[in-house]
Design a protein around this ligand. Structure first.
Ligand code: PHE
Length: 339
């Protein structure tokens, strides 16, 4: 039997097939139910026990040999089967192009990711707010001119209800509902009554951050923002803080980053100053803590806020805000593969 198997192996190896029919003939001859290999397996029952091991091994090998040969032949002659008229069914299909993430989402995710490494969690809140959360609790007195800094869209029937002008009201809600330590950022959409231009839009996105604990200082804020800047814009980026004013922070500052386009030497983008304004920040005003039920004697905190479109503009050198909202595919396609 061993000799027969050896001979068979030779036959199989040198089997010549030139068409699909030959390949089918091969299958019938060797591998079908009544084929030679099946017959050998039947005869195997009669093999004396002391030879079973050796012959069994040979039989298995021949079966594998024939099966491999058959798939080779089938692949070779498969094409004949797949050409129907003028259509070749083996040609790959047309691929469906993948969409891309919007640059605002990419940057939002990146900001969240960087601050999460400092222990910040994400909080969200409503886009339709009341006067208390958007203004009063943030230390904007009624009729105070600071309210004019943010051109507010009010709901006509009720001047107490408005579209939030910043995501700071989310932080008011967090402070009202949680006890320090609080370490959170709030990304979201905000609305202002602005004429649409390359530099301003009535809808845009912000991420604001808040850290409240015992002994939080301006130095903590500076270090956290410096860490963020280097992670977002590269490790050589410098920051500077300029005094500013917000009703809800005291002292307040505006943070600039060194211009990544000219490396601080001065160019059109940074208006030859070498610096680009990126966010507002400051120590939470004790009034705000008190309004939100947090003891301002025991706790201090810092807050900051930035526009996502602005960060994306600086990072990707986009010079017109309107392009974010036009959904021009040629623009969006440039962000394929980024998350
Ligand atoms: N809420 C401010 C704005 O929208 C940004 C800001 C947040 C400034 C926190 C300071 C601290 O203009």
């Amino acid at each position: 039997m061993i000799d027969r198997i050896k001979q068979l192996a030779e036959e199989i190896k040198t089997y010549k097939a030139s068409s699909k029919d030959d390949s089918e003939a091969f299958r019938l001859k060797y591998l079908s139910k009544r084929g030679i290999i099946s017959q050998l397996f039947n005869e195997f029952k009669l093999v004396p026990p002391d030879q079973k091991k050796a012959i069994g091994k040979q039989l298995n090998e021949i079966k594998i040999l024939a099966t491999n040969k058959l798939s080779e032949l089938e692949i070779k002659f498969h094409v004949e089967d797949t050409i129907i008229g003028e259509y070749d069914l083996t040609l790959p299909g047309e691929s469906i192009p993948l969409g891309s993430r919007h640059p605002v989402s990419i940057i939002r995710n990146e900001i969240i990711e960087i601050f999460s490494r400092l222990g910040f969690t994400v909080s969200e809140g409503p886009e339709i707010e009341d006067d208390w959360h958007n203004f009063s609790a943030l230390n904007f007195p009624k009729d105070h001119p600071a309210r004019d800094m943010q051109d507010t869209l009010f709901i006509q029937k009720n001047p107490d209800i408005l579209l939030r002008t910043h995501t700071s009201p989310v932080q008011v809600r967090v402070m009202e509902n949680q006890k320090p330590p609080i370490r959170t950022i709030s990304p979201g959409r905000v609305f202002r009554n602005e004429a649409i231009s390359a530099r301003a839009h009535c809808i845009f996105h912000q991420v604001e951050g808040l850290y409240i604990n015992e002994g939080v200082s301006f130095a903590h804020m500076k270090q956290a923002l410096y860490f963020f800047t280097r992670e977002m814009f590269g490790h050589n980026t410098k920051i500077r803080l300029r005094p500013s004013f917000f009703p809800f922070t005291e002292p307040s500052a505006e943070m600039d980053i060194s211009c990544s386009i000219c490396n601080g030497k001065g160019c059109n983008v940074c208006k030859h100053t070498g610096w680009l304004e990126i966010m507002g920040c400051g120590m939470v005003d004790p009034n705000v803590l008190e309004f939100c039920g947090i003891d301002p004697v025991k706790y201090t905190g810092y807050a900051f806020g930035m526009g996502i479109e602005r960060v994306a503009m600086l990072k990707y050198q986009i010079n017109d805000l309107r392009i974010y909202f036009e959904n021009d595919k040629r623009f969006l396609d440039q962000f394929t593969g980024l998350y």
